[in-house]
Design a protein around this ligand. Structure first.
Ligand code: 3PG
Length: 211
C-alpha cells in the first residue's frame, strides 16, 4: 500500500527542502502555502507551537491540496490525534517518549522522530519508524554524523533539521541517507508576520537552485 510517507518521499525527490513553519495567524496559511508552491516546494511542516497550528494545517491543505503538509513539534497523544484530525500528511517530533510512542500506534509509519545518536536511530527503526530526523542536526554532528551513520546503518533514511541553511543544505542532500532537509530559513516567523510572500518565493527558488 502506498502510504503518505511514500508520497512525501516522492515529493522530496522533486524538492527536498521542507520549510519548518511557526504560523500564529490562520489568515497567513493560504498565502503562505501559495508562496511555497510558487517557489517550487512540495512539502511543509507546520509546528504545533502556536494555538493556530492545527487550523493552519487545514487551511494550507485547502489552499494547496497537492502540498504535503505535516505537523511538527508533536509531543503528546493529544497532538497526534489533533494533527491527524486536521489532515496532516506526516508528523514530526523532536525526539521520542514512551507515552508518545504508545499514542502513535499505526501512525509510526508517517512519523519522523528526532534522533541524535546511533542507538536512538536503531531503536526508532526497530519500533517501526521509516524516516528519522537528525535533531538538532548541526549540534548532533551534522553532515559528518550522517556520513558516519550511513556506514553501519545504510538502511536508515534521514531528514536533518536544526541548523540547516541555504549555505549547507546541498552538503546534507549530497549524502545517500538524506531524503530531505528541514529548516526555518525559507519562511521565518518574521517573514510570516510581515506577509513577505515574495521573499518566501525568492528564498525557496534560490534554495532549490543551490542544491
Ligand atoms: C525547529 O525546531 O525550529 C527546527 O529544527 C528548525 O531549526 P532551524 O531554525 O535551525 O532551521
Amino acid at each position: 500500500m502506498t502510504s503518505s510517507l511514500d508520497a512525501l518521499k516522492a515529493a522530496a525527490r522533486r524538492a527536498p527542502i521542507v520549510p519548518v513553519l511557526v504560523v500564529p495567524d490562520v489568515d497567513a496559511a493560504a498565502p503562505l502555502a501559495e508562496a511555497l508552491v510558487a517557489g517550487g516546494l512540495t512539502i511543509a511542516e507546520v509546528t504545533l507551537r502556536t494555538e493556530s497550528g492545527l487550523k493552519v494545517i487545514e487551511e494550507m491543505k485547502k489552499a494547496q491540496p497537492d502540498l504535503i503538509v505535516g505537523a511538527g513539534t508533536v509531543l503528546t497523544g493529544e497532538d497526534v490525534s489533533n494533527a491527524m484530525n486536521a489532515g496532516s500528511d506526516f508528523l514530526v517530533s523532536p525526539g521520542m517518549s514512551p507515552k508518545l510512542l504508545d499514542a502513535l500506534g499505526d501512525h509510526k509509519d508517517i512519523t519522523i522522530p528526532g534522533v541524535a545518536t546511533a542507538s536512538e536511530a536503531m531503536t526508532r527503526h526497530e519500533e517501526g519508524f521509516r524516516m528519522l530526523k537528525l535533531f538538532p542536526a548541526a549540534i548532533a554532528g551534522g553532515v559528518g554524523a550522517l556520513k558516519a551513520l550511513s556506514g553501519p546503518l545504510p538502511h536508515l533514511e534521514f531528514m536533518p533539521t536544526g541548523g540547516v541553511s541555504a549555505d549547507n543544505a546541498a552538503d546534507y542532500l549530497a549524502l545517500p541517507n538524506v531524503v530531505a532537509v528541514g529548516g526555518s530559513w525559507i519562511a521565518t516567523e518574521k517573514d510570516v508576520a510581515a506577509g513577505a510572500w515574495s521573499d518566501v518565493v525568492a528564498k525557496a527558488k534560490t534554495a532549490l537552485t543551490r542544491i
